[in-house]
Every structure is written in C-alpha cells, then in structure tokens.
Write a protein that binds this ligand. Structure first.
Ligand code: GUN
Length: 301
C-alpha cells in the first residue's frame, strides 16, 4: 500500500507510485465481486472482446485483456475478425452481443481498419455494456457527473492519485493531452473532485510555466520525456500516462513515458513507466465489467 503522507514528505526522492501493486489489490476486489455474482446468479460476468484486423499492438493488448479475465474469473468471449470485415458485419455482431444476456461488457479494440466508421461502431454498443466508457451517452454522463461507465485509463489515473492524495479539493491540476479517451475524461474526473483543472496539449504556449504551478500533473501527450525536471514544482504529484515504444539496447524496444522520471525526484510522488498507469488500465476494465454486471442485477430487482 502507499506509505503515509508524513513518510512521503520526509523522503529524499519522490515516492514511486507502484501501479502494479495497486492493480493487484484492485484485481483481488474484482475477483471477490465476481465470486459474489457467481454465488448469486450461478454464472460469472461475461466480456466480449472484438478485434478487427491484425494490428500487432492491438493483438498484444487484446491478449492481455483475455488473460486478465481468466485471472479474476470473468468469462471472456474473443471475436477475431479479418481486416476486410465490413462495417455492416461488425454492426450485426454488436447487435447480437447487445442482445446476449450472458454478455455484460463489450469492448471493440481500436483503431479499427480505415473503411470502418469508428464513431458509428462505438455508438452502436449498448451504453450499459460499454466497459470502455467510449459511448456518447457515457461521455455525457461523465461530463455531467451522473454516473455511467468511466474510461479505464482515466479511472486508473484517479486511483493512483487517490493512493497518495487524501483530498484534491482546490488543488491545481494540469492535464497535458486532450484525447477523447484519456485527457478529456481525466479533466472531468479531476473537476468532480473540485480540483482547479487546466487542460493543455502539445500546442499550448508557455507549457513549462503552466505545469510549474501545478500540484497535480497528468502527462498524456504521447511525447517521450516531454515534462522536464524544471517544469515541475517541488512536492507535486505526477502521473505519467505516456507509453512510447523506442529502440533500446540490443535492438530490444523499451517503453518511454512523457515525463523525464530521473529529473523529477523533487516531486512528492511519480508513476514509473512501465509499472505505473499501464497495469491499472486492464484492472479497471475488469472492474468496469463487474460494475456493468452489478448495474444489470440492480435493474432486475
Ligand atoms: N486501443 C488502445 N487503448 C484502448 C482501450 O482502452 N480500449 C479499446 N477498445 N481500444 C483501445
């Protein structure tokens, strides 16, 4: 678990937030919730994972998601479709999954091949089964603070922040990155906690000066080592969402974050890459699948 805040203050180096450990403890809670659902309904929650085409990175991500389901007892149903699958065929599959009572969550891995309209496909998923939180109904619920399913990486970022910050009320938070699936939802979640949120991006003028004022920095620009030591205020908490694959020693790829980790040791706490946000994303997908199953059960009452 996270050390006490007093221990953090006296540490010479920034506390390294251990995403792997926090994801493991979330997985234990998810596995316990799955067991409770099995005891009640006689069957575990089901997650349908749809992959169109052979994008190598997507294959790896989907493989990890399926493995993770097995670990916590969620039933996964893999649908691997060829790259030339038509949009109509994909929409037909989604309609079938929407109507299937054994499926509680549906995930369509993106990016989709260019001939398929991603927005149309994601909007076709039943919002109650949208465990990615990408459907416009869930985006709207998040922005109005009215529940729904929240995108997995932003949810994981908030849990990492919660491991070191008791109350974000009034804190200055800067989000670097404005993507629909990471930057914007994180900004909404921080606002819900009454942080004062500035959303920036790679084109923002005077970015170092803006970041230097922040108590919380969430870097999600996909720009390796963008955030330098001199950008960061003493005692800030930094969450690094960036994962860029770079050539490493011996021809092996290495993952590089958006933050110059070695330069920010005057921060209060920082997430490493790898081992920070990454493990949380999958753990939150599993948690969202359980949440979808629990919401369905609550409706049946
Ligand atoms: N592609 C990259 N990240 C994600 C994700 O979180 N969900 C889906 N569906 N596709 C992705």
């Amino acid at each position: 678990m996270a050390p006490s805040h007093a221990a953090l203050d006296s540490a010479a180096r920034a506390h390294r937030i251990d995403g792997r450990a926090i994801a493991r403890s979330l997985d234990e809670e998810t596995a316990a919730a799955v067991r409770a659902i099995v005891a009640r309904d006689g069957a575990p929650p089901g997650l349908a994972v749809v992959l169109v085409g052979e994008d190598p990175a997507s294959e790896v991500y989907v493989g990890r998601k399926i493995e993770a389901c097995l670990r916590v007892g969620i039933l996964s149903f893999e649908h691997r479709l060829p790259a030339q699958t038509t949009q109509d065929a994909l929409l037909t599959l989604i309609a079938r999954l929407n109507a299937d009572p054994t499926i509680h969550g549906i995930l369509v891995q993106v990016p989709l091949p260019p001939h398929i309209d991603e927005g149309m496909v994601l909007s076709a998923i039943d919002p109650a089964k949208d465990v990615d939180g990408f459907h416009p109904v869930n985006v709207g619920r998040l922005s109005t603070g009215t529940g729904g399913l929240v995108p997995c990486t932003p949810l994981g970022v908030m849990m990492l922040l919660d491991s070191v910050i008791d109350d974000m009320k009034g804190m200055d938070a800067v989000v670097i990155g404005k993507s629909n699936i990471v930057g914007k939802p994180i900004a909404m979640l921080l606002l819900e906690r009454e942080a004062t949120v500035t959303v920036t991006h790679i084109e923002t003028r005077g970015l170092p000066d803006i970041v230097r004022k922040a108590d919380i920095v969430v870097a999600a620009a996909g720009a390796p080592r963008l955030v330098k030591g001199f950008w960061v205020k003493e005692g800030a908490v930094i969450i690094d969402v960036g994962i860029t694959r770079m050539p490493g020693e011996g021809g092996k790829a290495r993952l590089v974050g958006d933050v110059a980790f070695d330069e920010v040791q005057h921060a209060r706490a920082v997430t490493p890459v790898p081992g920070g946000v990454g493990p949380m994303t999958i753990a939150c997908l599993l948690a969202n699948t359980v949440k979808a199953a629990q919401m369905r059960n609550a409706q049946k009452k």
